[in-house]
Design a protein around this ligand. Structure first.
Ligand code: PMP
Ligand code: GLN
Length: 380
């Protein structure tokens, strides 16, 4: 029989495809975004202490109280906004889940959601799974800025929400104060909900301030803002994050969450609650990643690839348009097979598979890994 599917056209994501290929060809993997260096050993120790101390049963549905309280303190100190841990923060099993649950909370079939092209790979399938419609707005090339006039022109009576991702994956683009002002005007004028994916909040370069939605109470009022611990503490495999919103928005979110995951794993929440008491554990991340980025860019200057601007995240895009006419999905396969380096092509992130001949590198790697990759790329 033909089995029903919410996403009958979906194959494996480009991250699965490229990581599998990297393994198969024993390539240096600068594709899928995860660090290859060990996470903080104190945090690992804290998980094992929590388990030994008996934190092994269900946590509250909204997440560990201690963890939500320390997150509320962090938000107050970083963004000067008071968020009530009781009814404005929910711990979730990863940002991907937070985004899906937020979209599923608000969407009805036929609703339209504005996304940007290129867009993080889970957003459009999440929208489609809800019977809603994704409306992609192209980002300007090559600086990946946003044409807000185009955004406003796409709004109609069915438009329910806009998804922003700041810093942006796959490009590394960051939003400025002016972008936030333009967003504010549009969402207020048209009563739109914002889904803000801020998993890279602590990786913003050149000493710039992260323009979090949490800084702006009038925007938080109409938003779900989504974070991931995986990106902050080098533990992408933990799949743990949190969602912040107004109490009015959090109620229906939790009505759904309680029947999806119900709760997240307890010992890791305990460990994170203790770890987050020391802001130094996350405040140094931008400087650390900036050094990685600069180190990688300097190495890459020995190759023929042309860098594009990145303002945050642990990704750097390069153009190879002057080197080859090959489609980006084919070019990255050749890089794996002939040069032993795995990267991520950008066309799978475009709703129309647009191919600008740009590929993404993840530089959250040991310097020796970056050196090995670049040594191989010199021949391209
Ligand atoms: N959003 C963006 C922009 C990401 O890059 C990622 C993954 N790195 C996620 C969401 C998913 O985060 P998580 O692993 O916590 O689900
Ligand atoms: N967010 C990671 C990246 O951009 C990958 C996560 C995944 O594989 N789904 O590379």
């Amino acid at each position: 029989m033909e089995w029903p599917s919410k996403l009958p056209l979906s194959g494996n994501t480009i991250f699965t495809v490229m990581s599998k290929m990297a393994q198969e060809y024993q390539a240096v993997n600068l594709g899928q975004g995860f660090p290859d260096y060990p996470m903080n050993s104190l945090l690992v120790e804290r998980v094992s202490q929590a388990m030994k101390a008996g934190f092994n049963q269900y946590s509250p549905m909204a997440g560990s109280v201690k963890l939500r309280e320390v997150l509320s303190k962090k938000i107050a100190s970083l963004y000067k906004t008071i968020v009530n841990p009781v009814d404005q923060i929910t711990i979730v099993p990863g940002a991907t889940y937070g985004i899906y649950t937020a979209l599923t909370t608000i969407l009805k079939p036929g609703d339209e959601v504005i996304v940007f092209d290129p867009t993080y790979d889970s957003y459009i399938p999440n929208i489609l799974a809800n019977g809603a419609v994704a409306v992609p707005i192209p980002m300007n090339y090559p600086d990946y800025t946003i044409n807000w006039a185009l955004v406003e022109a796409s709004v109609n009576i069915n438009t329910k929400a806009i998804i922003i991702n700041n810093p942006h994956n796959p490009t590394g683009a960051v939003l400025s104060k002016e972008d936030i002002a333009a967003l504010r005007a549009i969402v207020h004028r048209h009563q739109l909900i914002i889904i803000a994916d801020e998993v890279y909040e602590h990786i913003v370069f050149d000493k710039k301030e992260h323009e979090s939605i949490l800084k702006y109470p009038d925007l938080l009022e109409r938003s779900y803002v989504i974070f991931s611990f995986g990106k902050v503490f080098d533990c992408t495999g933990w799949k743990l994050g949190y969602v912040v919103s107004s109490p009015d928005a959090m109620l229906p979110f939790r009505q759904l969450h309680q029947f999806l995951a119900f709760a997240c794993n307890t010992p890791m929440q305990e460990a994170l609650a203790a770890h987050l008491e020391t802001p130094d554990h996350y405040l140094g991340l931008s400087d650390f990643m900036q050094q990685k980025k600069d180190y990688f860019q300097n190495l890459m200057a020995q190759t023929s690839f042309k860098p594009l601007y990145t303002g945050g995240s642990f990704f750097q895009c390069y153009s190879y348009a002057h080197l080859s006419d090959e489609k980006d999905t084919e070019f990255v396969q050749r890089l794996v097979k002939e040069y032993g380096v795995a990267t991520i092509p950008l066309s799978p992130f475009y709703s129309n598979q647009e191919d600008r001949k740009v590929i993404r590198f993840c530089f959250a790697k040991e310097n020796s890994t970056l050196e090995k990759a670049v040594e191989r790329l010199k021949g391209v």
